[in-house]
Design a protein around this ligand. Sequence first.
Ligand SMILES: [Zn+2]
Length: 290
Amino acid sequence: MILDFHVHIYPPEVIRDARRIAEREDYFALLSSSKVHRWATVEDLIEAMDRDGVDRAVVFGFAFKDLGLCRLCNDYVLEAARAHPDRIVPMAVVPPFAKGALQEVERARSLGAVGVGELFPEGQGFDIDDVRQTWRLAGLCHELGMFLMFHCAEPVGHRYPGKGTVGVKEAAGFCENHPEVKVVFSHFGGGLFLYESMEEMRLILSNAYYDTAAMPFLYDHSMLKAAMAVAPHKMLFGTDFPILDVSRYVSRFDRAGLGAETAGALLGLNGEGFLNSLGEWAWPMGGGCG
Ligand SMILES: [Zn+2]
């Protein structure tokens, strides 16, 4: 069973108007003009999932600074999940400070969204380490049984568009401030998982999870065994589709020599266990779309 926990899709309007949108969304401009950038619609995603044997995917749009653009992405992702209820698990994106952001999270939840993310702290201009900036969103997600997902990056290593400055320190700060809400730190949390082996940090990080998104750009296969040894139930397979797809991961996973049980946990069972742990997250039955 393969569950891809990190997938972006884009409404056709965003793809069509990308240039115009980029004029007022500088982070979107940066990422969408990067040489590794790719677009994908829901049709592209389902085709790739069928090709690569991916059973289900946790899917989100692009976390814009503008709430209206986020809402457009959310509507598209929620509609995709309605059309493919057994394949697509929807998430919502919001700019946390925008007036109406919390109502948008509630709306998305009522239509089936299970979490909020992947948010871009630097791109959207907020500090995940500052409780004054995070308490509303974290509290609401806790109330609604949703989780959060933040883009994170390594504090060292090569630069790339969108890498950002949010890393292990900021992510750990979020966990310290918000033990109440589950949080997935993308891209291995910039290395945060390693501190799960530090006794006092294990407690602070008890609500933290990590995805493997963009691994082929960042690490070689040797770190996977370490990651699965340190946090065996908290590592979630995510590709960052459409930038990367499953094929780019499989050879690395094979070379890592994880063994069938560990590979099974990483590729799907951990993610499924995580979603089930959220409690009641059934799809909205009978539409219910306003
Ligand atoms: Zn990311």
